[in-house]
Design a protein around this ligand. Sequence first.
Ligand code: ADP
Ligand code: NA
Length: 326
Amino acid sequence: ESRKRFLTGIKATGQIHLGNYFGAIKPMMELSQNSENEVILMCVDWHGLTNRAKIMAPGELSHSIIALYLALGFNLNGNSILLQSDFPQIHENAWYLSCSTASGLLERSHAYKDALANGKEASAGLLYYPVLMASDIVTFDSQYIPVGKDQNQHLEYASDMAKLFNNLVATDVYIEAKGVEREIPTLIGTDGDRKMSKSYNNEIPIFAAKKDIEKKVKEIKTDSKGLDEPKDPNTCTIFQIFQSFASKDAISYMRERLEKGTGYGYGHAKKDFVDEHERVFGVFREKYDYYLNNEKVVKDLLEPGYERANNYANAVLERARTALGL
Ligand code: ADP
Ligand code: NA
């Protein structure tokens, strides 16, 4: 098997915006289109339980994030979408990893130290969380993990834990996965100033009523160039955000019209923005609703991936048990 196996964790979080789409979702879609890659997306619902005060899992959120990836066109041919809590093998491997890992390593993890530094009572689960994450990775023999800069520590932990375990049992049980840093620029928000983020309220959602999209697009900051003046696409926030989702043709059309200027003001660009947004995401909206309302269809679509993943996980566990003499 010469395909490269990628694993990425996806978290269920409310409304998805163009920054998430451009920075996290679209790259995974593209990775899944290449038949030399095997992409495993895992909705990491267990990771969402580490806060003692909010221990209940938002079940419908997991379902909706899976519907979202399916609707946006994730290629399930040879790739898979999994729900973490369907794979108990992860917990067994996590236990083996935790027994070969020094407790000090976990006490030094950022998430745990930050919680303590902020005077919060950290759950034992928060302390143990890097082990669970390492186990997500090794349980499916994952080789490559797409990462943002902030996730490097946990990934280093994961390959360190795999290596430590292998050394202690003197067998190559777990694969030491490599991080692949995403080289995706940050998408700017409607304020034209900071990165697009829910926290800055400068985001444009991908699924919303047309009038809500129009309202957000109207908020995009522009300079005061007049209708017929040539405009620089590279400094135009409308155009920068537009590029994150529009088709190639639509992008070059807007670029030309802005550069030329004549008869094409920012109002026109904003209208084209809304139309293209509707065109690109309108179809997805229908598919998304369909998957949301047809759990059985989704289950059947995911089944081949589940079967593959179970085979991987069972083979890994067998190696671990054999090495440990269990
Ligand atoms: P927010 O900042 O709105 O809370 P999240 O932190 O939930 O967004 O983002 C989830 C993922 O989406 C991030 O790990 C990142 O990869 C991607 N992402 C979010 N905002 C942007 C952005 N402005 N540009 C590029 N990628 C982004
Ligand atoms: Na693929």
